[in-house]
Design a protein around this ligand. Structure first.
Ligand code: HEC
Length: 216
């Protein structure tokens, strides 16, 4: 944790916040474009994407269940607040930087899980396929191209189960102490009011294939 803060600080010193120092001297890259693909998806994207997404979900679920058993829902809430981002970073580290994993959603509790425009379009696409009466796809793959470089995003839908409702369900049915804690920790959060079976969000795994040398 400390190390990453120091690294981030050095990075900021070197490149300036938001990379403005770099922009001043180099020609800006053309905007990235994204498309959903169903054909020609590299096997590696499916395999690695699925594996990394499951790894994160299993870690979160196992530890969440243990935390609920040990400390009740309110204690588990503290566990989620303190550890969800940490566990996500640990999965990233276990791939030595070859994937970038994130949980994201249209209604987020933590600002760090806010979707970018390509993630938003993936979430909307899954939401729409569910609204049209279908079930969500097992996964969705998006190909992002910028300046001839290609990277892929693998999305795995996360549905709301009964076990999620205590912290993401109808506020009127939530325990007052849990709701109060959520409102205090995430004053701008909008991640309640879900029903069983709703789309809660996705796990997004971003990667380049070994055949690509892009750095976007
Ligand atoms: C004990 C309370 C609790 C339970 C139960 C719970 N969550 Fe959460 N959830 C949280 C908290 C707290 C966060 C914010 C974590 C963070 O800071 O990244 C969160 C964040 C998330 C996010 C990230 C997006 C966002 O809103 O910031 C997803 C996706 C998510 N939860 C899905 C689920 C699903 C699916 C279940 C059921 C399997 C579930 N949660 C059960 C407390 C809970």
């Amino acid at each position: 944790m400390k190390k990453s803060v120091i690294l981030a600080f050095i990075f900021m010193l070197m490149f300036g916040c938001g990379g403005s120092a770099e922009k001043a001297t180099t020609i800006q890259k053309p905007a990235a474009t994204a498309e959903f693909i169903t054909e020609g998806v590299p096997q590696e994207v499916i395999q690695k994407g699925n594996e990394a997404a499951n790894k994160l979900q299993t870690a979160l679920k196992t530890q969440l269940v243990a935390a609920i058993q040990e400390n009740g829902l309110k204690g588990a809430l503290d566990f989620c607040s303190e550890n969800a981002q940490k566990l996500t970073n640990e999965v990233n580290l276990s791939y030595q930087g070859t994937v970038s994993i994130k949980r994201t959603t249209l209604r987020f509790r933590n600002e760090q899980n806010k979707p970018d425009k390509f993630e938003e379009s993936a979430l909307q696409r899954i939401q729409k396929s569910m609204a049209d009466g279908g079930t969500p796809p097992d996964s969705l793959v998006q190909k992002i191209t910028q300046n001839g470089n290609v990277k892929y995003r693998y999305y795995k839908p996360l549905l709301v189960g009964v076990s999620c409702l205590g912290c993401h369900g109808d506020e009127k049915k939530m325990k007052p102490e849990v709701l109060e804690n959520i409102r205090r920790t995430y004053p701008n959060g909008t991640a309640t009011g879900y029903k069983k079976g709703d789309l809660r969000g996705v796990v997004r795994v971003e990667m380049q294939t070994t055949t690509s040398t892009s750095d976007i």
